[in-house]
Design a binder for this molecule. Structure first.
Ligand SMILES: [Zn+2]
Length: 72
């Protein structure tokens, strides 16, 4: 399934998929679900999670600045 259109509507990202389905996802939920090691931590080969202490998000942390396709 591939996105055909992405648009910000208020505090949500609207996604129109190629099967006609549409999703609306809160920008805050997307930001909090960031999968990068800086946000979620990293697990070493022994399974130990290394994660920096959580910091409060700035007031503008949930604003959409840019959209870009990544990967397949
Ligand atoms: Zn991140």
């Amino acid at each position: 399934m591939r996105p055909l259109d992405l648009q910000q509507i208020g505090n949500e990202l609207a996604i129109k998929w190629d099967d006609g389905h549409e999703d609306y996802i809160l920008l805050e939920a997307l930001r909090r679900a960031c999968p990068c090691a800086g946000c979620q931590g990293e697990v070493d080969i022994l399974g130990h999670l290394y994660k920096t202490p959580e910091k409060p998000y700035a007031a503008n942390a949930f604003e959409l600045v840019q959209l870009a396709s990544v990967g397949g």
